[in-house]
Design a protein around this ligand. Structure first.
Ligand SMILES: Nc1ncnc2c1ncn2[C@@H]1O[C@H](COP(=O)(O)OP(=O)(O)OP(=O)(O)O)[C@@H](O)[C@H]1O
Ligand SMILES: [Mg+2]
Length: 351
């Protein structure tokens, strides 16, 4: 039999995972209250207020929404919450399927049309007698290609007697500026802007996580991690990663506490987290484009098309152009228009 050796450092390593949803979210009381108030009517049979949450990466937008959803699930029998990330669900069909599955319904893997799935949802809704609140996280992924999904969801109240509300989340406060007029007119959203944390707030947040994750932490550890997080745009995940890595070094060194010198050691290796998350989610062709730009730094769009076609068979300029637009939108590349001898051309580089 194999024994897992008890850690002298980690009480609970899981607490430092970015996916972990804490019991409390300090410094977000106000935003949580606003969101909960917007959704509250759903628990009383009335239509909730559609809400748009925006702000920089890693400042608690997803966490606060999941927190509020968890509260509704625990304390209100009359609300069903459904969370989804639009990177994973990009069409009406996919989103409606997810909603039906989360409500306990069944959708065959193949051959069910969008209208049939919608019909299924309406049927479930009639029997459940609950209000629905759907979170579309990273909603920019639906715009422009997935706009039909927005349109379908926003019209749900026309078919449904049950209350139905949507929480949108994005890093981009202007994400809806480019949507069709027919969608914009039915959006009716209230916005909740999330500000970035200051250093003392960041220290408080990380201190709480560190207390739960480690047995013993030297003074100054949390401050150093918090400082790094602030320097990297205020993303709490950067601070959490500093703590996690420092904890691992402490373990490797067989120390009995997490020390400042371990944080110093790992600090340089902890970069912005969001670009890494996005890079994992992009498709293979988009990865090829990033690799080309990594190698050649700056290219005109034509040079990039040629380089890309050498590596990916049967790809059109138009498809590449769409990928470039996506990559620019999520901030992984920069596209600049410059005036040349033969009119304008575009220069593409990595961010
Ligand atoms: N006030 C807080 N208290 C405790 N933990 C927090 C707080 N704010 C953020 N966090 C933690 O920081 C991490 C990142 O938060 P979250 O995933 O909500 O960021 P986000 O704003 O949704 O970022 P993105 O825009 O990249 O999706 C999570 O582990 C979350 O628990
Ligand atoms: Mg998020």
């Amino acid at each position: 039999m194999q024994y897992l050796e008890e850690s002298k450092i980690f009480k609970n390593e899981e607490i430092l995972s970015p996916e972990y949803l804490p019991e409390m979210l300090p410094h977000r009381e106000q935003q949580i209250k606003l969101l909960a108030n917007n959704l509250l009517p759903a628990s009383k049979g009335r239509k909730p207020q559609n809400t748009f949450i925006h702000g920089a990466p890693g400042i608690g937008k997803t966490a606060c929404t999941k927190y509020v959803f968890r509260e509704f699930e625990s304390y209100s029998e009359r609300v069903k919450t459904i969370y989804l990330n639009c990177w994973d669900y990009r069409s009406s069909h996919a989103i409606l399927t997810k909603i039906v599955l989360d409500c306990g319904g069944f959708v065959p893997r193949r051959g069910t049309s969008k209208d049939e799935i919608l019909e299924k949802f309406l049927e479930i809704a009639r029997t459940l007698n609950k209000g629905f609140v759907i979170c579309l996280d990273e909603v920019d992924k639906l715009i422009p290609e997935g706009q039909d999904a927005l349109y379908d969801l926003l019209r749900m109240n026309q078919y449904l007697k049950n209350p139905f509300g949507i929480v949108f989340i994005s890093n981009n406060p202007y994400v809806f500026a480019g949507v069709d007029g027919r969608i914009r007119s039915s959006l009716a959203i209230e916005e909740i802007g999330f500000n970035t944390y200051n250093l003392s707030e960041m220290v408080g947040i990380l201190d709480e996580r560190a207390k739960q994750a480690f047995f013993k932490v030297e003074k100054g550890v949390v401050l150093l991690a918090a400082n790094r997080a602030i320097k990297k745009g205020g993303d709490v995940r950067v601070g959490l990663e500093c703590l996690l890595r420092a904890g691992r070094v402490a373990e490797a060194e067989n120390a009995n506490e997490v020390k400042v010198k371990y944080v110093r050691k790992v600090l340089r290796g902890v970069k912005e987290v969001k670009p890494q998350i996005l890079k994992e989610r992009i498709n293979n062709t988009e990865k090829v484009i990033l690799d080309i730009l990594e190698e050649r730094k700056r290219l005109t769009s034509n040079e990039l098309y040629q380089a890309c076609k050498k590596k990916v068979s049967e790809i059109s300029d138009r498809t590449i152009r769409n990928y470039l637009r996506e990559l620019a939108k999520i901030g992984l590349i920069k596209v600049r228009r410059v005036r040349g001898i033969r009119g304008f051309s575009r220069i593409i580089s990595k961010v």
